[in-house]
Design a protein around this ligand. Sequence first.
Ligand SMILES: [Zn+2]
Length: 291
Amino acid sequence: MTRACPRLRKLVFGIALTWCIGPVAAFSYERPNFQPGFNFFSRKQDVAVGRKAAAQMDRTLPLVRDPVVVRYVNGLGKYLAQYAPNQNGFKYDWTFQVVNSNQINAFALPGGYIFLNRGAIVAAQNEAQIAGVIAHEEGHVVMRHGTHQASEKLLADAPLEILAGYLGQSGSLLDTLAQMGIGFSVNSFFLKNSRDMEAQADQVGTYILYRSGYDPYAMVQFFQIIQKKYPQQTAQFFSDHPNPGNRIEAVGREVPELGPPRPWKTNSPAFEAVKQLLLAMPPPPKPGTGG
Ligand SMILES: [Zn+2]
């Protein structure tokens, strides 16, 4: 009697849109608030786009291949990832690489692909600080900031008719995005985080440190130290991870709510050994960038 009614589709889309926009406001600073923003992607698609972008990184960035270094960052990263919130039983493809660059930088691609610059490990004063950097990046992954931003861009750019047609059948979403020219270039929106996202990644990072037994103040201490001590080497990091402001105060408020103080872990012989290994390696190739 009736065929699929365009007005009905618009109505359904209107409801979906309202529902989608709601959670965006959830980046407020209430504890514990690990509510991700809206997302047109599934977690499986996070892994698919992240893996593709990571493969591109593997081809273009100089990587430290030393097995001791690679084993160490993967061991630490996977240990910390066990304590990351909002995974809902999903198995992210946690993979950690070290970029052979003296720039102090780190970034995460959707799905669990984390890149840590050699300069960041060398600048860390102890294991808890580098654990803090990794935990912060894991925060971007589990809060799904990369594909949330891609979803926002899609919402802004895609004609409503196309979007309405794809809600609920996201299998072809990636193809549609590609056709629309929304590419997954690693230098585009995947790496640029907003201040709200930074605040949330800090919050998750602190939470992971606390739960995993590391000094929960170490992440924010590291960010403060490097910003003051190495302004030139951190320009890219703070462009990709803009300082949300009052980091120390925010973490200072958060930690007591996580639980009582513990004998927190700060350092390990393994970290010191890896740091010495990196310091003894030949200097990185010339135009070393962290991306
Ligand atoms: Zn960040």
